[in-house]
Design a protein around this ligand. Structure first.
Ligand code: K1U
Ligand code: ZN
Length: 172
C-alpha cells in the first residue's frame, strides 16, 4: 500500500526515532509499503518518519538505470560504524522537500551495520550515491534534514517555499 509522504515543516520530521526491538511481520509489511511509496515517488530512498512512523527503518535503492537489476535494501536500526575522511559533494533532494536541491558535503564512504528483513545482522561499506543516500536516510531517523547543512538564510527560504506549497495543497 502506497503511503502519504509528509512535507517539511512537520514536527514528526524533527523527532529522533526509536530502535526496532524485533523485526515482525507488521514491520516487514511497513518496509514493503515504504519501497512501493519510494519507487512510486520516484525516489532512491525513504525513511519511516517521512510517512509519519517514528521507528528506525529506512529503505533505499540507488540503481538508477532502467536496464540494471534493482537492489532494494531494507535496513532496521542502521548505524554508521565508520566514515571516511575523504568527502563527496552531491546535489541532494528530499521527497519531504519537493523540487528543492542543494549541495551537501558528506563522508565519501561509510561502513553501515543494520538488521535485514529477516532480523539478520548485515554490514557493508557504501560508496558514491549509495553512501550519500544511506547517510541522508539515517539523518532522517535522527530528525535531521539535508537543509540543516545549509546556511540559515537558504534554509529559511526553502522552509517558506514549503509552507506555501502546503497551504496551496490544503486549499486544492
Ligand atoms: O529521503 C528522501 O527524501 C529520498 C531522497 C533520497 C536522496 C536523494 C539524493 C541524495 C540523497 C538522498 C530522494 O530520493 S529525492 C529524489 C531523487 O533523488 C531521485 C528521483 C528519481 C530518480 C533519481 C533520483
Ligand atoms: Zn529526505
Amino acid at each position: 500500500m502506497k503511503r502519504t509522504i509528509l512535507i517539511h515543516p512537520d514536527p514528526r520530521l524533527k523527532k529522533v526515532c526509536a530502535p526496532v526491538a524485533d523485526v515482525t511481520d507488521d514491520l516487514r509489511k511497513l518496509a514493503d509499503d515504504m519501497l512501493e511509496t519510494m519507487y512510486d515517488a520516484p525516489g532512491i530512498g525513504l525513511a519511516a518518519p517521512q510517512i509519519g512512523v517514528l521507528d528506525r527503518l529506512i529503505v533505499l535503492d540507488c540503481v538508477k538505470e532502467e536496464n540494471e537489476t534493482p537492489r532494494p535494501l531494507v535496513m532496521f536500526n542502521p548505524q554508521v560504524l565508520a566514515s571516511s575522511d575523504d568527502t563527496n559533494v552531491y546535489e541532494e533532494g528530499c521527497l519531504s522537500i519537493p523540487d528543492q536541491y542543494a549541495e551537501v558535503t558528506r563522508p565519501k564512504t561509510v561502513e553501515v551495520e543494520w538488521l535485514d528483513r529477516n532480523g539478520a545482522v548485515q554490514r557493508e561499506t557504501f560508496d558514491g550515491l549509495w553512501a550519500t543516500c544511506v547517510q541522508h536516510e539515517i539523518d532522517h531517523l535522527d530528525g535531521k534534514l539535508f537543509i540543516d547543512y545549509l546556511k540559515p538564510l537558504k534554509r529559511q527560504m526553502i522552509t517558506r517555499k514549503m509552507q506555501k506549497l502546503k497551504r496551496e495543497r490544503a486549499r486544492a
